[in-house]
Design a protein around this ligand. Structure first.
Ligand code: SF4
Ligand code: SF4
Length: 359
């Protein structure tokens, strides 16, 4: 595996007009101590990245549309050859926003939809009217011919709507649908009791496999459910079929389950480079260290790429190089990011005991 930065999420602001129950950055409208960086700083960061790699760069948040200069940043990234994307909660999208999206060269927009009905989505997003806002944004994207993908996050609170959300997203004309099981980071820690239990998690991934196998239009893949890659191999073998893997566009998905610090990373609003959006441990600060050095030399990233250092069942597992377990979930639940994935029930053939050591 070549460890190149292919996809970078960038927290362009920590401010947000919503306060979702699972928000990894605990965003809200006023944020103390984590100010937005300037356009000059943004351009310097883009120059730094573009001098080394040409990843997909996702302008994220908080809510990026709260920044008045967000399209200046996008335009600059496009001019430096980066493939720019925008991740928004959808509630602030106007026709003018759509024109600016196209004009600034943004290639894909991602939106969140966590319920098939307004009451479910609004409850998850802590905001009456959020569902209507997302639907309005989708209608506008379709009218302006802007490709969009939908991310849906699940806990036991909204899991019963998974198939219905999938059908709705497909009907709405999305390019892709990515189902995500929450990693308890940021405000996600408050819903730790709501996490989908391991047994049900497997059942949902198996449902996903059956649907994905037959699906020919919309791209789909569970995000950050690395053991899906194991389940797919097992099921396909059992059924004597080849699983046709389609190329995912502008997403973190790929040939391996967890890509944190291997093909992807997150730059937070303070410039800290983290392995992924849900992994609150810094590999270095891009305002002080060139991105190339952080990517190639940080101890954290080098450890994440050394699969032989993984512990417990993951460390013994024959699927380690296709799955890897969620390092952020291991970190959130045990304090040790090399520990075994806490939500995988697989017993590797060689057998092992769960790791109890901590980082
Ligand atoms: S550690 Fe890996 S699987 Fe977990 S949230 Fe990050 S990228 Fe996803
Ligand atoms: S034990 Fe770890 S590497 Fe193996 S399938 Fe489970 S999560 Fe993946």
């Amino acid at each position: 595996m070549e460890f190149e930065p292919k996809w970078i999420a960038w927290e362009t602001t920590r401010r947000c007009n919503l306060a979702c129950v699972h928000c990894r950055s605990s965003s809200e409208l006023e944020v103390q101590g984590h100010p937005d960086f300037s356009l000059d700083q943004a351009q310097r960061i883009i120059d730094d990245i573009a001098s080394y790699a040409s990843p997909v760069l996702v302008l994220s948040g908080g809510e990026p549309l709260l920044r008045p200069d967000i399209f200046d940043i996008a335009r600059y990234g496009t001019s430096r050859g980066l493939r720019m994307c925008l991740a928004t909660n959808g509630t602030l999208v106007s026709d003018q926003t759509c024109l600016a999206i196209k004009d600034s060269g943004i290639r894909m927009v991602s939106l969140s939809l966590d319920g098939a009905r307004a009451e479910t989505h609004d409850n998850f997003r802590n905001q009456p009217g959020a569902f209507a806002g997302t639907m309005r944004a989708i209608e506008r994207f379709n009218r302006h011919d802007i490709p969009f993908l939908v991310n849906s996050s699940f806990t036991v609170r909204n899991k019963d709507e998974i198939p219905e959300i999938f059908r709705l997203v497909k009907k709405l004309g999305a390019t892709a649908w990515y189902m995500f099981m929450i990693v308890p980071t940021g405000r996600g820690q408050d819903v730790i009791d709501e996490l989908i239990p391991e047994s049900l998690y497997n059942e949902i991934l198996e449902w996903h496999y059956r649907v994905e196998k037959e699906e020919t239009e919309i791209l789909m893949r569970p995000t950050c459910a690395p053991h899906y890659y194991r389940i797919v191999r097992q099921k396909a073998k059992e059924e004597g079929e080849r699983f046709k893997r389609r190329n995912l566009q502008f997403s973190t998905g790929g040939s391996k389950g967890c890509l944190a610090g291997q093909l992807i990373c997150l730059i937070d609003v303070d410039g800290e480079v983290l392995p992924c959006s849900y992994f609150p441990k810094s590999a270095g600060n891009i305002n002080q260290i060139p991105f190339r050095r952080i990517w190639e030399e940080s101890e954290l990233f080098l450890k994440l790429r050394d699969f032989s250092s993984y512990q417990g069942n993951c460390g013994q597992c024959e699927y380690i190089s296709v799955c890897g377990g969620c390092r952020a979930r291991a970190y959130a639940m045990t304090g040790n990011y090399l520990a075994q994935e806490p939500f995988c029930s697989y017993q590797p053939r060689s057998g092992s005991q769960p790791s109890t050591s901590s980082e």
